[in-house]
Design a protein around this ligand. Sequence first.
Ligand SMILES: *Cc1c(COP(=O)(O)O)cnc(C)c1O
Length: 834
Amino acid sequence: MSPHKSKNIHPTLPSLALPEQGLKKKELIESFKQYYIHLLGRDENCRTPYYAFEAISLALRDRLMERWKATHKKYKYSGCRRGFYLSMEYLLGRSLTNSMLNLGAKDAVSEGLSELGIETDELINAELDAGLGNGGLGRLAACFMDSCATMQLPVIGYGLRYEYGMFTQNIVNGEQVEKPDHWLRRGNIWEIERLEYSHRIKFCGRTQLQTDESGKKRVHWIETSDVLAVPFDTPVPGYCNDTVNTLRLWKAVATEEFNLDEFNEGDYAEAVAEKISAENITMVLYPNDANENGKELRLRQQYFLASASLQDVVTHWVALHGEDFSQFAAKNCFQLNDTHPSIAVAELMRLLIDNHGLGWQDAWTITRNTMAYTNHTLLPEALEKWPVSLMRGLLPRLMEIIFEINAHFLAEVSAHWPGDFERQRRMSLIEEGEEQQVRMAYLAIVGSYSVNGVAELHSRLLQRDLFSDFYALWPQKFNNKTNGVTPRRWLIASNPGLAALISETIGDDWMSDLSLLKKLLPYAEDAEFRQRWYRTKQLAKQKLIEFKQQQHDIDINLEALFDVQVKRIHEYKRQLLNILHVIYLYNRIKKGDTANWVPRCVLIGGKAAPGYKAAKKIIKLINNVADVINSDPDTQGKLQLVFLSDYSVLAMEKICPGADLSEQISTAGKEASGTGNMKLMMNGAVTIGTLDGANIEILEEVGEDNFFLFGLTEAQVAERRKHYDPVSTIEQDEDLRQVVKLLECGHFNQFEPGIFDELIGSIKSPNDPWMTVADFRSYIDTQKRVEEAYRDRDRWIKMSIINCANSGKFSTDRTISEYNRDIWKLESQPVGTK
Ligand SMILES: *Cc1c(COP(=O)(O)O)cnc(C)c1O
C-alpha cells in the first residue's frame, strides 16, 4: 500500500541523466519547435496562440525539471531540516512570465520567438489565471513560495488542486454575476501528476479499541469511506539561483473499491455515483474571504489537505528513519496558513499514536514542537468553528483526540489559574451552548509553538483582545511577521518599464535585496530623473487604460489622478466611504464649485462573496453611481468612476503600475495587514489610508509627508463606539448631509426604488461596526490635500519615488527571512546543477 515502496520496482535502474538543456536563444527555440510540431502536432498554419504558449512553457519546464531534480537531491542528501507550508489557497496567477524571469531566459525567449514572428505577449496572454484563492491570504502563500525558493529554503507548499478556482465576475445591469472558472479545461502545463505518492484519506465510520498481540491497546478507525489524495506537483523556481522548490496540490480521486453490498443488491449505478462523489472534495474553492460558512464539504476539504500532507511527510520520515520519531520535531515544521488546516494538530496526533504506536505524551511533545500558526483576521465572525456533531460524524477519531487534547489543556489552565472556572470556559477548545462547537483557532494555538499575526498592529491586538487569555498563559509563543509581496512578480515582471529605469539608475542588485531601493532616494531631488519617472508612469497609465478598454469602451483621461481601490468587496474595507467621496465630488461639480479642479479617475474593483448581500449591493451602488457620473456632460474631463470587473492576479499586474493613489481606508483595527497596499506602493503609488494593518508600517517607512493619513485610530474607534451617533454627524456636516440626501432621494436608482435603503441605513445606524460616517470629514479633507499635492507635479513625483524607494521592507524576502529566523530555523541550501 505505501506508495514509497514502489521505488523498489527498479532496483538497478541506470542513471537517466540527459545532457543539460541550455538557456540560449537557439536552444530554447529548438525545444519550442519540437514541442510545437511533434508533441502538439501544430504547424505554421495554426493561428491559436495557446499552443505556442504550451510549447514554449514545455521548453522552459524541461529546464526547470533539471534544477528541480537537483534541488530535490540536495535536500534529500543534506538531511536538512524542512518546512511545510499548509494552505487551503494559492492564488498563483500565470506562470510563464515568472518562469522566464526566474530562469533568466526572458530576453532569449522574446528574441527567439520574435525571429519566428511570434509576439511573446500574445503567448503570455494565452495562459489562464490559476485562481486557487480568494484574496490576500492566498496571494500571500504564492508570494511566500517565490521567496522561499529565492532564499533557497527547503520548503514544500501543500494545498488543494481545485478543479474550479475563484469564480469569474461579470457585471450585468450593475450587479455581480458569478461564472464558474474551469481553469483546468485545457489541462495545466506546469503540473506533474505523481500517482506513486498517493495517500488514502478516511472519512466517517467509527472507532474501536483493540488490543494487539503485545497486549497494547490501540484505537482503530474502521468502516470508513476512503478517498485517495493524488498529488500534482508544480515547480517553484527561485530567482536566478538554480533552486526549484515544490508546490504539491492534492486532488481527490475515488478509490477503486465498491460498496459490495450495494453492488450485489444491484445498485451498481448508485455504488459508482457514490464513489464519484468522493471527487467532489477538490471540485471547487469556497469563494468566501474573511467570512466562514460551516459547510460540511469545507471541513472535508480541510481534513483532506491536512491528512494527505501529514501522511506524505510522515511516510517519507518512516522510509528514512523507520519508527524512530525522536528527531521528527527537530527536522520538520509546519506553518498553518490561518486555521483552515488546523485540524492538522489532531491529525498528527492520530498518525503518531494510532499508526505508529507512540504514547500520548511523546506524540503531544512532537506535535507541539512542530506546528506553527498564522492568524489572518481580527473579525470575530471569521473565526472558524465546527459543530461537534458534524465533526463526530465525519471525523470520529479526530473528535476523540480533540476532546483529549482539551482535557489535558484545561488541566494546564486550571494549574495556572486554580479555581478560575470562568477562564476555563473561555479558553476551552469546545464552546458550550445550544450546539457544542470546536474552536479551531484555539486548537491551533494550543497545538503550536508559535502564533503570529501579519502586521505589528494586528499582532498586538491579537495579544490584547482576541487571544489575551492565551497570551497570558504563553507570552513566548506570540510574535509578529509583517506580510510582504514578491518584488519579482509585483515590480520586475508586472512593471518592466519602471524596473528598467530603476536598474539603469542604481544597478540591478535590488531585485534580490529590495532594501537597496533606498539608493533611489537621492534621485527624488533630480529633475531629469523625475521627468523620466513621470513618463514611465504615464506609459503605465496608458497601458492600464488599454486593459480596461478590453472590457468596456470608456475614454479615460490620461492626465487624471488615477485613484485606485482594488481588493475584495467587504464592509470593513469601506468601499462605501470611497463612494461617499465620489458623490461629494460629483455634487461639487453640479454646484459649479470647480475652481482649481484636479481631474480624477476613480477605479474600484473586487469580488464579493456570492452569499454576502451587503457586499453585492455595494457593487451595484458603485456601478449605478458610475452610470450617472460618466454620462453627465458636466463631469467631462473632471471626474470618472470605473468599476474594474473580475479583479484577479492578472488584473492587479496591469493595475498597480498605473496607479497614482492607493486607497487603504479600512476601519482602524479591522484590516490585519493588507498586501495590495504594498504592491501599489512598490509601483510608486502614494497611499491614502487609516492607521490600520501594514499601513502603519508603510507610514513609518515613508514619513508623514509622503502618506495621506486620515481617520480615527483603533483606540479612538473603540472610544467613539460608546456614543456613536452617525445621524447627528450627518446633520452637522453640510457636505455629508448633501451626499446622503442624494443617496436617499434615489438619485442613483431612479428606476429601482429602494434598492439602496439597507445600505444607507447601515451607515446611519449607531451600531454600524465600520463607522463609515465617523471618518467622512477627515477623509474628504485629506483628499483635498491629495489634490493639492497632485497639482504640483514635481512634488507628486517626489512622493512617488520616495514611496517606491522605501518599499524594501515589504518584500516577502524580508518576511520569509523573519519566519525562518524566529520560527522555522532552516538552513539555506544552495544548489548547483552541475
Ligand atoms: C494582493 C491581492 C489581494 C489582497 O489585497 P488587499 O488590498 O490586501 O485586500 C487580493 N486579491 C488579489 C488578486 C491580489 O493580487
